[in-house]
Design a protein around this ligand. Structure first.
Ligand code: XLS
Ligand code: CA
Ligand code: CA
Length: 439
């Protein structure tokens, strides 16, 4: 087997004083933090689409990066196999144990789904061969139900029964592949599930149909032995003006309304949370308190740009607050998928590695610092004290549903004006975080 990333060694941990760009400064797979190895806290995954398929095309210009990986022609099965070779070499050199894929990331799509499915059978056999002798597995699979023109009016939300059936066929196959490759999860990102104008849209009908498709996916998945979680990946806009899975809270409401909440959790992407006007941490917390924090798409947006830039994460504050939520959640059943892409002028093979080293080190630092925040205890202590009045007899009666407006009103009348509720101490707590981050 010829080496594709020639000259790039296996990436090792060298510590923070190393200036070797092809080494980890913080990600030390075997280091134990709060009783678990870093590699167990951080099941990193490679996104097939960005890393092996995307060459930097944007609406103003074509690819800058050559992702042919030695294949003589792109868009062929030879190219599909070359991507597998490149992907496995890449993951092995970085010590990444998982990958995520869309059906059409793996093989060129034919007009006839039977042909596409044969290609998928062939490539998944090849991937299975590659997996042997490694500990690399699939984190999650999905079907691309947004790129092809047939999905212009949605997949589960489409007006066309034929397009809906086509989407069903793609999900069925993508589930087969996910199970075949040992996937932990299956993702629904509703790319075209939304609308531009209510003048042409029956929202209730569309949402009901999306739920029906998800129910059929659960039934089929369970029937073929898929025991993992299904995920909704919320996103507020882009491509549609209004997307049905706007944010974590909206997606949770949808899952509960349609009885899908036992089989589904959420895959929270940082850049999608910020597009929804939330912090990454907010959508993680909303998912976690509802028992639905499943997996994470690790990336970041640009505060000066209002679109989905899918940048490799370097913001240590956000990564720390993310890992704080993950640790408080007791970890994830899913993992950390780098749904991130190199910037267009970062087009070399080295750049692919630099990007993953950046992302993995950022989350490793986030993990180290989040664990320190928890061990430090000042933040937890503040929160406990902030709500101390609820430990009073009356507070407990409210919590246990043992009181009424009449009793509370009587209490209010007897006490006169209440004292101010106590400082929120935001600046103090932000200083605590800085203190921990930079000590
Ligand atoms: C696009 C989404 C997509 C999903 C998988 O914005 O992030 O890549 O993760 O379909
Ligand atoms: Ca994104
Ligand atoms: Ca994503």
């Amino acid at each position: 087997m010829t080496e594709i990333f020639e000259g790039i060694p296996a990436i090792r941990y060298e510590g923070k004083d190393s200036d070797n760009p092809l080494a980890f400064k913080y990600y030390d797979a075997d280091r134990v933090i709060l009783g678990k190895k870093m590699s167990e806290h951080l099941p990193f995954a490679m996104a097939w689409w960005h890393n092996l398929c995307a060459g930097g095309t944007d609406m103003f210009g074509r690819d800058t990066a050559d992702k042919s990986f030695g294949a003589s022609e792109k868009g062929t099965m030879e190219h599909a196999r070359a991507k597998v070779d490149a992907g496995f070499e890449f993951m092995q050199k970085l010590g990444i144990k998982y990958f995520c894929f869309h059906d059409v990331d793996l093989v060129p799509e034919a007009d006839d789904i039977k042909v596409t499915n044969q290609r998928l059978d062939e490539i998944s056999d090849y991937i299975l061969e590659k997996m042997k002798g490694t500990d690399i597995k699939c984190l999650w699979g999905t079907a691309n139900m947004f790129g092809n023109p047939r999905f212009m009016n949605g997949a589960g939300s489409t007006n066309s029964v034929d397009v809906y059936s086509f989407a069903a066929a793609q999900i069925k196959k993508a589930l087969d592949l996910t199970v075949k490759l040992g996937g932990r999860g299956y993702v629904f990102w509703g790319g075209r599930e939304g609308y531009e104008t209510l003048l042409n849209t029956d929202v209730k009908f569309e949402q009901e149909n999306i739920a029906k498709l998800m129910h059929m996916a659960v039934d089929y998945g369970r029937s073929i032995g898929f025991t993992g979680d299904f995920y909704i990946e919320p996103k507020p806009k882009e491509p549609m003006k209004h997307q049905y899975d706007f944010d974590a809270a909206t997606a949770i409401g949808f899952l509960r309304q349609y009885g899908l909440d036992k089989d589904f959790k959420l895959n929270i992407e940082a850049n999608h949370a910020t597009l929804a006007g939330h912090t990454f941490q907010h959508d993680l917390r909303i998912s976690a308190i509802n028992g639905m924090l499943g997996s994470i798409d690790a990336n970041q947006g640009d505060t000066l740009l209002g679109w989905d830039t899918d940048e490799f994460p370097f913001n240590v504050y956000d990564a720390t607050l993310c890992m704080y939520e993950v640790l408080k959640n007791g970890g994830l059943t899913g993992g950390f998928n780098f749904d991130s892409k190199n910037r267009r002028p970062s087009y070399t093979k080295e750049d692919m590695f630099y990007a993953y080293i950046l992302g993995m080190d950022t989350f490793a630092l986030g993990l180290i610092k989040a664990a320190e925040m928890i061990e430090d205890g000042r933040i937890d202590k503040f929160i406990e004290e902030k709500y101390a009045s609820w430990k009073s007899e009356l507070g407990q009666k409210i919590r246990n549903n043992e009181t009424s407006l009449v009793e509370l009103a009587k209490h209010a009348e007897e006490m006169g004006a209440p004292e101010l509720p106590g400082s929120g101490r935001q600046e103090y707590l932000e200083a605590v975080m800085n203190n921990i981050l930079f000590k």
